[in-house]
Design a binder for this molecule. Structure first.
Ligand code: FAD
Length: 383
């Protein structure tokens, strides 16, 4: 059953209806085969781009959808309920557009932003390295300014969602030593001296590749520096505040899908002469799952509304990511339990949901790192 959403405008309600239609037509029929075979859904992101779903929270003047986060995130949730990998890649693309939109010059935005927001260039976000995940300031990939113009990029980046498939990467590389020596670049998807590793062999989200990128002295134009040299970590963390809301919405959609599958099953399966939903022990498990999904949605929507009003939302975004992804892990695990032995097979989607939920607690800042952000937001200056 469709989630009964509170939406701010009739236009937003139409957008959710359109998203459901596209997701039911383009995502649901393809997800199982692509996830099982670990094959990329060719052409799917172009379809999402043409439908206007790849630039929703950005202004219409640049080809975006002009939607508040409150609405964009509910679109993501609908996608994630059908196909988590596609929703996550959509969220990462939207995150990868943030540096240019929020920190680029007008000329840079005019040059690149429309093709990004209209989905003709799908994006990746390249912050992590093999030795620098949670501790992003430890990144080592170098960007050396050349006397005759441009930057030479040398080093290894890791864990790039859409790696090797994206048309651009928000790339973070070191222009000087220390925490203030990181800079942000809008790197092209193809360049001489840029290659990608084989897709990681993951527990879930197998249809969209996650790869390393090897930068072997590739030269990129000077104009691809976003913001100023040394502003990279500020840009990276600003983007992540938004991206964490996207992951919270994806996790909520995944939890909702698991809840729906569990409820359907519990209303049909009988044991001891009655439907399992009518056994109080199982009914209460479903009740806890439903309450947790409601709470996850309310938490991310609160953070999104703060963002839409221009209020600080970093702490709330971390809380939303923490709560929604822990909820997804618990609810998907419980959904497997509700289906009993069948839940443990690939004949039902709940085992996939459970595998997909795990990564939500890890990327875009592990949930330990979210606690760090939240606790720092609570700490007062020492007297
Ligand atoms: C499928 C997938 C897709 C990804 N997509 C992207 C992407 O598109 N772009 C990108 O840049 N990265 C991406 N990542 C990388 C991801 O963001 C990192 O894996 C994550 O930030 C954790 O970094 P790490 O793996 O190096 O773990 P580490 O940082 O080594 O952490 C290991 C453990 O120590 C804990 N820990 C570390 N520091 C602290 C601390 N101070 N206090 C308490 N606990 C701590 C962590 O929570 C974790 O449990 C992706 C990863 C995966 C698996």
């Amino acid at each position: 059953m469709d989630v009964d959403r509170l939406l701010p405008t009739p236009e937003a309600a139409d957008l959710i209806a359109l998203t459901r239609e596209i997701a039911d037509r383009e995502l649901s029929p393809r997800v199982d085969a692509h996830e099982a075979a670990e094959t990329y859904p060719e052409g799917l992101f172009a379809t999402l781009g043409r439908a206007g779903l790849l630039g929703l929270p950005y202004p219409e003047e640049y080809g975006g959808g002009g939607q508040p986060y409150e609405v964009y995130l509910q679109v993501l949730e609908e996608l994630a309920a059908r196909w988590a990998a596609v929703a996550v890649a959509t969220s990462v693309h939207t995150l990868a557009c943030h540096p240019l939109y929020a920190f680029g010059t007008d000329a840079q935005k005019e040059r690149w932003l429309p093709s990004m927001l209209e989905g003709r260039l799908v994006g990746g976000y390249s912050l992590s390295e093999p030795q620098a995940g949670s501790d992003a300031a430890a990144l080592a990939c170098k960007a050396e300014r050349q006397e005759d113009g441009g930057y030479r990029i040398t080093g290894t980046k890791a864990w790039i969602t859409h790696g090797g498939r994206a048309g651009f990467y928000a790339l973070f590389a070191r222009t000087a030593p220390g925490g203030h020596g990181v800079s942000c670049f809008l790197a092209p998807g193809e360049a001489e001296g840029l290659s990608f590793g084989a897709p990681e062999r993951k527990m879930g989200l197998q249809a969209v590749p996650t790869t390393s990128a090897y930068w072997d002295g590739a030269l990129i134009e000077e104009d691809r520096l976003i913001g100023t040299e040394g502003q990279g970590l500020q840009i990276a963390f600003s983007a992540l505040d938004n991206g964490r809301l996207g992951i919270a919405a994806c996790a909520t959609g995944l939890a909702q899908a698991a809840l729906d599958a569990a409820v359907d099953y519990a209303n049909q399966r009988t044991t001891f002469g009655r439907r399992i939903v009518d056994h109080q022990g199982l009914g209460f498990l479903l009740a806890d799952m439903a309450a947790a999904v409601d709470a996850a949605r309310a938490t991310y929507l609160d953070a999104a509304r703060r963002r839409d009003l221009g209020r600080p939302f970093s702490r709330q975004a971390s809380a939303a990511k923490l709560i929604a992804t822990d909820t997804a892990m618990k609810v998907t695990t419980d959904a497997v339990q509700v289906l009993g032995g069948y839940g443990y097979t690939r004949d039902f989607p709940v085992e996939r949901y459970m595998r997909e939920a795990k990564i939500m607690q890890i990327f875009e800042g592990t949930n330990q790192i979210q606690r760090l952000v939240i606790s720092r937001g609570l700490a007062r200056p020492e007297k």
